[in-house]
Design a protein around this ligand. Structure first.
Ligand code: PGA
Length: 252
């Protein structure tokens, strides 16, 4: 049985005080029950402060990006061991904003994925198509290219210690959510692609949905057989909104 994972991607928002308040609010309002985990991914400068707020709670800490390098002359970068040191368990790799605005290629994303795992972090690999690609009927081939870069570099076994997030680019921050059926179709495709390599492992991999997920649509999405949680941007910035989504997972 796969657990749900409800992950907040705070992106480049907040301050120390706001991050501490948000983390404390999430810890205080965590739904009862099992079968789900909750994770927050604050901006780098606030990881340490949030880590302290989360101590002793069931809420996990993650980062939004990571360097593929270990140490040394990489001005402005943050290594996987630094993230581990500050208390991160997870790290997002290949978010579409990094691919589109910072030119990260699927091959670079794969090296970050491997560097994260080599340091005991669980990578959350983001994949997803643009509206243009969807309209051109290339959704599956776009996703295959993004997945295959990691499969080629790390092999399917690496997915035993990783999470995938399907995030249609046209749904991110737009208020346009994929319907549960639209999302399920792609989630099924992702699982089937992994199953070509290892069917038992494919069954165990958590595949999150991301893109304007909020309390109003969370239950419908989480009810789909291949949707195992959410990567939530906008609705993760208010404890009550985020906790409502965690609550949907707790009931699911
Ligand atoms: P959104 O962002 O929930 O604001 O659409 C999701 C994401 O980019 O991870």
């Amino acid at each position: 049985m796969r657990e749900f994972l409800i992950a907040g991607n705070w992106k480049m928002n907040g301050s120390i005080a706001a991050s501490e308040e948000l983390a404390a609010g999430i810890v205080a309002g965590m739904p009862e029950g099992g079968g789900f985990r909750v994770l927050v991914c604050p901006p780098f400068p606030y990881l340490a402060a949030v880590s302290r707020q989360l101590e002793g709670s069931a809420v996990a800490l993650g980062a939004q990006n990571v360097s593929a390098h270990k140490a040394g002359a990489h001005t402005g970068e943050t290594s996987p061991s630094m993230l581990k040191d500050v208390g991160c368990e997870f790290v997002i790799v290949g978010h579409s904003e990094r691919r589109a605005m910072y030119g990260e290629t699927s091959v670079q994303v794969a090296t970050k994925f491997q560097a994260a795992q080599a340091n005991g972090l669980t990578p959350i690999l983001c994949v997803g198509e643009t509206l243009q690609e969807r309209e051109a009927g290339t959704t599956e081939s776009v996703i295959n290219e993004q997945l295959d870069a990691v499969l080629d570099a790390a092999g399917v076994v690496a997915f035993a210690a990783a999470v995938i997030a399907y995030e249609p680019v046209w749904a991110i921050g737009t208020g346009k959510t994929a319907t549960p059926d639209q999302a399920q179709d792609v989630h099924r495709h992702i699982r089937a692609r992994l199953a070509e390599e290892d069917s038992a492992l494919a069954e165990s991999v958590q595949i999150l949905y991301g893109g304007s997920m909020k309390s109003e649509n969370a239950s419908g999405l989480l009810a789909m057989p291949d949707i195992d949680g959410g990567l939530i941007g906008g609705a993760s910035l208010q404890a009550s909104d985020f906790l409502a989504i965690a609550g949907a997972a707790a009931q699911g």
